[in-house]
Design a protein around this ligand. Structure first.
Ligand code: ZN
Length: 202
């Protein structure tokens, strides 16, 4: 980085969520095959799962895709084959963000996938969701958090909002992901929700 932020942790938390740099417990991403039907909506409206590739897969992209479809099917209450998956470029900006699967009943489930070596992390949510992954520099631990969350935030912007001036009608909630066994990378998850005004008097 040419111009590192000299005071990365000195900004006050102005966001109701505690600001970009707030320290919070990381959200777990349990193994995909232990997913069952339960979503993690009691803690956050995002379900995280992980997959560790064995290295023996003949077709890794297909294995990663199969994991995604199985998770989307569970979360959408639909057969994976019945989902219309839109993971193409945004029609407004041609980048890949706010990826979404639509069930036959019209239910939309947003998703994101990141991969680092053999670790694959998935996120699904009723809200536009992004995942960001950055590898730690052993000489500068902690610096991967910012690029990870910025990547995740870019993926969580709803389509159309990417080309509009920034406004306060949505907010972006940031968490970090417990993504073992890869300890050399940081995974951030961000989701976009309609802005909830702070209670009066606070
Ligand atoms: Zn866009």
């Amino acid at each position: 980085m040419l111009f590192p932020d000299p005071t990365p942790h000195s900004r006050p938390a102005t966001h109701p969520d505690g600001g970009w740099g707030a320290r919070r417990p990381r959200l777990p991403a349990p193994p995909l095959d232990a997913a069952g039907a339960r979503c993690d909506e009691d803690s956050a409206p995002v379900t995280l799962r992980s997959l560790v590739l064995s290295g023996q897969e003949e077709d890794e992209p297909r294995a990663i895709r199969a994991g995604l479809l199985s998770l989307l099917g569970t979360s959408s209450a639909a057969a994976p084959g019945d989902l219309v998956v839109d993971d193409g470029p945004c029609p407004y900006c041609a980048r890949h963000h706010a990826l979404v699967a639509t069930s036959p009943t019209g239910r939309r489930t947003y998703f994101a996938v990141v991969r680092h070596t053999r670790l694959v992390v998935y996120a699904v949510s009723p809200f536009p969701v992004g995942l960001g992954l950055a590898v730690e520099d052993a000489d500068h631990p902690g610096r991967a958090r910012r690029p990870a969350r910025l990547r995740a935030q870019r993926g969580s912007v709803s389509r159309g909002r990417c080309v509009r001036p920034r406004d306060g009608r949505v907010e972006y909630l940031v968490r970090y992901v417990e993504a073992e066994p890869s300890s050399d990378c940081v995974v951030s998850v961000v989701w976009e929700v309609p802005h909830a005004p702070a209670p009066s008097g606070s």
